[in-house]
Design a binder for this molecule. Structure first.
Ligand code: ADP
Ligand code: ZN
Length: 599
């Protein structure tokens, strides 16, 4: 039951959640909601959206009702809140009738601080009548972009949530999303009737993510090198385009002694759930997945997100990489891409049967994604620029850390374009490069391409360099993959000024240098490292006892503080980030004993 006088939000932050101060817009949002206002919150993944409604729900009288689209996510949030001593519960299809009844009763009796509900449950007549009887502090609509019919997470049940605006005009509503684009924002405001809500828009930058985009050669080996050098024993996600590739990659990684599991929509629901649980519960598991995996994965300590295939758009890339480093500690976003990705994705767009306008949008999105891959300036600048945000060079992406050498390619580009033209706008890159390099392959002979003027005019460049030239031209829209689905290239209007030699063009010279993050550098000494391992073991034991993921006990950031600060008593332990009153009481002695033993 909430106390008679509303508790102070900062006091709640410190004593319940164990954090020292609000971050960014959190304080303003919390205050606005406690004051009874509606809010639309746009904040990147890991920005700290949950506190924005959890604290007002505790501060206001009644229960905070949270609409959340994913069962796994609800479970996770409720586990975490219970650990903090908050009276939280969820209502979804995993509960049987008796369990549901018990939650409903507690809700109506005013015994809950927070109730998580699936959207389809919320709008049932039964639940709507419960709402009439229960004391309500606020409504929070999480993952609010699910209301967008154009987005890939569309949930029709979200549309019905406008009922809350009609039926409960006096109760504050807060909608939250990490989706950055303006169209989605407008749709949320419209569909959820939030026209008069205050908007809180944070920067979409994720400074702890390091972006690296490499040219695909032997992608699996490149991935393995990356994992071995930077992520020994870490949890992470590897995204692949197809189910087949997911399976093959997971199996191959396992043969290299990496704990990899597959996840895609074609697997049995049971296998999927099992793999997801293993990923959440065990340390050092690499999930190899299609994009079917990810939304609602709250795991804060995902240390890397690797893409073995090119995402379809910058939006996708941003959302998928955003699943790394939610805990604010360093994480890697690594992508390997090649020309074939572009051809394959274009083929998928062309053969999709979608209306022409939609195809056009998809083509442009793919082109922007390719532009990001080919960018020679700061990746973060390019990425944020796409979402309309200005930024300085970040110092934490491959291009900043290791500025690419640029090579002039104006002349090479003209040769490539005229080769496309002379061969009739219909051949794929492999053949075009053969013609440019003057190779007498059977196909060249069959087409009499040894007779055309561009035959052999490109002997000065090797095949990889030619491929880089073609990628640049695709990224700039001077070439298009033709819609017939055979991967042939054709000129577009943007090719004209290049053919006339009016635009100077550059490509990145191929240098591949990793910037290793030396994990040992996180700790000053062997004894610190040993303590870190001992604390992790303690955390794992406690988590297993309660059947929750390790991060529900304490996040890595809290464990690292334990190593660095070596708290000696309850007072010092209680001052660590992430240690609230309840966790101090519950776990203080266990962890202090580990720390004492290592001193
Ligand atoms: P989002 O839902 O926006 O992705 P979360 O609410 O899950 O983000 O928060 C991300 C992480 O940041 C969590 O581990 C959370 O506990 C932590 N966090 C949020 N706010 C603060 C804060 N004010 N101080 C310290 N840590 C915070
Ligand atoms: Zn940068």
């Amino acid at each position: 039951m909430p106390p008679m006088s509303a508790p102070d939000p900062l006091h709640l932050l410190q004593h319940v959640f164990g954090y020292h101060a609000f971050r960014g817009e959190q304080a303003a949002i919390v205050e606005h909601l406690i004051g009874g206002g509606d809010a639309l919150v746009l904040m990147p993944t890991g920005g700290g959206k949950s506190l924005c409604y959890q604290i007002p729900a505790l501060a206001r009288a009644g229960c905070g009702v949270v609409v959340s689209p994913l069962i796994a996510l609800m479970q996770d949030q409720v586990d975490q809140l219970k650990e903090l001593g908050v009276a939280a519960a969820f209502l979804n299809s995993t509960l049987d009738q008796d369990e549901s009844r018990a939650v409903e009763q507690a809700f109506v009796a005013g015994e809950l601080d927070l109730l998580y509900v699936a959207p389809e449950r919320l709008t049932t007549p039964r639940f709507l009548s419960l709402l009439k009887r229960a004391p309500i502090a606020l409504f929070a609509i999480d993952e609010a972009h699910c209301v967008s019919q154009w987005g890939h997470d569309f949930r029709p049940e979200y549309l019905a949530l406008s009922v809350l605006a009609d039926e409960y005009p006096g109760i504050p509503r807060i909608a939250l999303t990490a989706t950055a684009d303006h169209a989605t924002r407008a749709e949320i405001i419209d569909k959820l009737r939030l026209a008069s809500a205050s908007q809180f828009v944070s920067s979409f930058d994720r400074p702890n993510l390091r972006y690296t985009i490499v040219e695909k050669k032997t992608s699996k080996d490149q991935l393995l090198t990356f994992l071995r050098r930077e992520h020994e024993g870490d949890s992470g996600i590897v995204y692949c385009l197809s189910r087949k590739r997911v399976e093959a990659t997971a199996e191959w990684l396992r043969s290299k002694e990496i704990k990899a599991l597959p996840y895609h929509a074609g697997l049995d629901a049971e296998v999927r759930t099992r793999n997801q649980t293993t990923f959440l519960r065990e340390e050092g598991v690499v999930m190899v997945a299609t994009i079917a995996f990810g939304m609602g994965i709250n795991k804060p300590d995902v240390r890397f997100v690797a893409h073995l295939d090119l995402p379809k758009s910058i939006e996708n890339y941003y959302q998928e990489t955003g699943r790394g480093g939610r805990d604010g500690l360093p994480a890697n976003a690594w992508l390997a891409y090649g020309l074939n990705d572009v051809i394959q994705l274009t083929g998928m767009i062309e053969s999709s049967g979608a209306p022409e306008e939609q195809k056009d949008v998809e083509r442009r999105k793919l082109e922007a994604m390719l532009g990001l891959c080919e960018a020679t300036a700061c990746r973060r600048q390019t990425l944020l620029g796409y979402f309309g945000e200005e930024a300085k060079p970040c110092g934490n992406c491959d291009n900043c850390l290791n500025p690419p050498q640029l090579t002039e390619m104006t002349e090479a580009a003209r040769k490539a374009l005229s080769c496309v033209y002379r061969t009739g706008n219909r051949f794929g890159v492999g053949h075009l490069v053969d013609v440019l390099q003057g190779k007498l392959t059977p196909k060249v002979r069959d087409c009499f391409h040894e007779k055309i003027s561009t035959f052999g005019i490109g002997k000065d460049l090797d095949e990889a360099s030619w491929r880089a030239v073609f990628r640049q031209l695709l990224a700039r829209g001077a070439l298009r993959v033709s819609p017939d689905g055979h991967g042939g290239l054709e000129l577009s209007d943007a090719a004209k000024p290049i053919l006339r030699g009016e635009v100077p063009l550059f490509r990145r010279a191929r240098v591949e240098k990793f910037h290793y993050h030396d994990k040992n550098a996180d700790f000053a000494s062997a004894s610190d490292r040993a303590l870190w391992q001992a604390l992790r073991a303690c955390r794992k034991r406690l988590a297993d006892e309660q059947n929750v993921p390790a991060y529900v006990i304490f996040g890595d950031a809290t464990l690292k503080e334990m190593v660095h600060l070596r708290p000696a008593d309850h007072y010092e332990f209680g001052r660590l980030t992430g240690v609230g009153d309840r966790k101090l009481e519950k776990y203080g002695d266990d962890f202090l004993a580990v720390i004492h033993a290592s001193n």
